[in-house]
Design a protein around this ligand. Structure first.
Ligand SMILES: [Zn+2]
Ligand SMILES: [Zn+2]
Length: 457
């Protein structure tokens, strides 16, 4: 292997040679990064509790020569590699969290937490990219910096727990990237990229483009009065009846949803009562309203809030609604998409890349959407899984594609951005007009967070 000083002056490698060195380094680390991804799969942790996951990723990044700062937004981490010349900072991201999918083959037998969204393979790709971007050919030629970041809690679940963390001052916003933006972890990052796994689309291909839904999160407590369910039900106020009427009213709205708005309204009851022989005094509902735009979400969310009130009013229950700002729609940057697609095509063949129209929207949401409102981002998918996302059958079927090829594609795209005095990255930043400033984003999210009390009488 050459050293950095061998590669100065006339021996300076050209971009083809740099890319070949990156490819070799990632390939050489293939077993190691797949092993890391599988190890994380075997130890799934839900959002903001990814302590072990964060630790093993930090260790692997340190071994790759990137000493990360840890415990950002509780479990997040960030390690920066600076190259010789000045230039922009490219963020390469991986998500730390699993979700709850009891019955999944990788599920923790007690908690039911499982990597049913494939985030473990993103972390293998993150470390693979760090290894690829640490070889002497790269350090001798690139300008600027790369921030390798692992972000907590992308799956917007366990709302009660997160709300408690907010009320005790441990969080200000309730997803990992949101909170890392709020804390300033992205202040010195100019653009960001990651690769998410998918089971849709042609197997083994990368899918670039498309958008995602905005959403708002409701944490709702219906509060009644306990009484003996056999001996004195007339003394009780049944919170479960209030919640059921509320959800019936929500369902009655569905015929009014406009197809173009891509509305999704869904939720779970996380507390339905505590004793069968007592009138339920408290019922907790965690709900979600999604839509193509924030305006579409707000319109339906206001009606849904009325439905909660209707249930409480009918039964004479009390109601507490916490409205939590969810995610904003994803905007993929066309320049990043072009560079990434070209690298995938040249590495793996033209058939390995599928481009989607910018408005293609499967209905899901991601906090990469929030990031895309303040900087250029890329959130492609790699079709390397079987089963249904978030289902018990969603498993990575092709670890090489999910981990190694994703790492290579990300690292080579960084080479394009930061070569030649980071000319491509500089041009991109100059041409990009973010929809919001970073401070403006944080203010608008914090302002949208509110708590509503209602007494149904
Ligand atoms: Zn997911
Ligand atoms: Zn995911």
């Amino acid at each position: 292997m050459s050293t950095v000083s061998d590669l100065k002056g006339p021996n300076r490698p050209n971009r083809v040679e740099v890319k070949a060195a990156v490819r070799r380094a990632v390939e050489g680390a293939a077993d190691e990064i797949i092993r890391l991804a599988r190890d994380i799969y075997d130890h799934p942790e839900p959002g903001f509790t990814e302590e072990r996951t964060s630790r093993v990723v930090a260790q692997a990044l340190t071994k790759a020569g990137v000493n990360p700062e840890t415990q950002i937004a509780i479990t997040g981490l960030k390690g920066v590699r600076s190259y010789n010349g000045a230039g922009p900072t490219v963020g390469v991201l991986g998500e730390l969290d699993a979700l709850r999918a009891p019955g999944h083959p990788g599920a923790d037998p007690v908690s039911g937490v499982a990597h049913a969204c494939g985030h473990h393979s993103q972390l293998g790709a993150l470390v693979g990219a760090a290894i690829g971007l640490g070889v002497p050919e790269v350090t001798a030629t690139l300008s600027g910096r790369v921030a390798f970041m692992a972000t907590p809690a992308e799956e917007f679940i366990d709302i009660g727990m997160r709300w408690a963390l907010l009320e005790t001052g441990h969080l200000g916003l309730l997803s990992g990237k949101q909170e890392m933006i709020r804390l300033g972890a992205f202040d010195d990052v100019d653009m960001a990229m990651m690769v998410h796994t998918s089971s849709s689309g042609p197997q083994r291909r990368f899918i670039v483009g498309g958008t995602s839904n905005a959403h708002v999160v409701h944490y709702v407590r219906f509060l009644g009065k306990a009484a003996h369910a056999g001996g004195a039900p007339h003394h009780g106020v049944n919170a479960l009846q209030a919640a059921m009427l509320a959800l019936t009213a929500v369902n009655a709205q569905r015929e009014t949803f406009e197809a173009d708005d891509r509305i999704r309204v869904h939720g779970i009851i996380t507390l339905g009562g505590v004793a069968t022989n007592a009138v339920p005094a408290e019922v907790v509902y965690e709900g979600r309203v999604r839509g193509r735009t924030m305006q579409a979400v707000e319109k339906i969310a206001a009606r849904v809030e009325n439905c909660y009130r209707a249930g409480a009013l009918a039964i004479g229950a009390e109601l507490e609604i916490v409205v939590i700002p969810g995610y904003l729609p994803l905007e993929n940057n066309p320049v990043l998409a072009r560079l990434f697609s070209a690298n995938v095509a040249s590495e793996f063949g033209k058939d390995s890349i599928v481009s989607q129209a910018a408005h293609t929207n499967a209905g899901g949401s991601t906090d990469m959407g929030d990031l895309s409102q303040i900087m250029p981002v890329l959130h492609p998918y790699v079709a390397a899984a079987d089963g249904t996302g978030h289902g018990i059958d969603y498993v990575i079927s092709d670890y090489r594609r999910a981990v190694v090829d994703s790492a290579t594609a990300l690292a080579l795209t960084v080479v394009d951005l930061l070569s030649d005095d980071a000319a491509e990255a500089r041009r991109l930043i100059e041409s990009h007009r973010p929809a919001m400033t970073r401070r403006g984003y944080v203010k608008s999210q914090v302002d949208r967070l509110r708590k509503i009390h209602y007494r149904g009488e």
